[in-house]
Design a binder for this molecule. Structure first.
Ligand SMILES: [Mg+2]
Length: 140
């Protein structure tokens, strides 16, 4: 069996770090930072909103690279629009393909995410870990 080695690891927030009832994912994030891995948060909302959400979760992001999917799609010239609440939207296909493209661009080795639909677009070099909180893992 091959040992799992990784240098760049990414974490999702919604349904992952914010639904981490046994704190397992947070421990993995902290462990990764302690071991000198390059840690990323890849999440949907604009970066300022992600920062606020991490603050609320009590996660110190000074050693974390934060990537906003919405910001990334905008700079990639993907057609986007805003709803009345101010949330940004794009086509479903482009949305589900986005994290895979981001992982390719940043050379992510390992990603923890609760949305399995991102998996099919991941580059071969990225291991996708379908992650849910402890109580949800028990249901499956
Ligand atoms: Mg999620």
């Amino acid at each position: 069996m091959n040992r799992l080695t990784f240098e760049k690891v990414a974490f999702d927030i919604h349904g992952a770090l914010d639904d981490d009832d046994d704190q397992m994912l947070r421990k993995m994030l902290e462990w990764s930072i302690e071991r000198g891995k390059e840690v990323f948060i890849i999440s949907g909302p604009p970066k300022e909103q992600i920062n606020k959400e991490l603050e609320k979760l009590g996660i110190d992001f000074s050693n974390i690279t934060i990537i906003s999917v919405v910001d990334w799609l905008k700079q990639a010239d993907v057609k986007m629009w805003q709803d009345k609440k101010g949330d940004w939207w794009c086509s479903e296909d482009e949305w589900w393909a986005s994290k895979g493209m981001i992982c390719r661009e940043y050379g992510i080795d390992l990603i923890f995410d609760d949305s399995y639909r991102y998996k099919k677009y991941m580059p071969e070099s990225t291991i996708f870990v379908h992650w849910t909180g402890y109580s949800k893992r028990l249901e499956e």
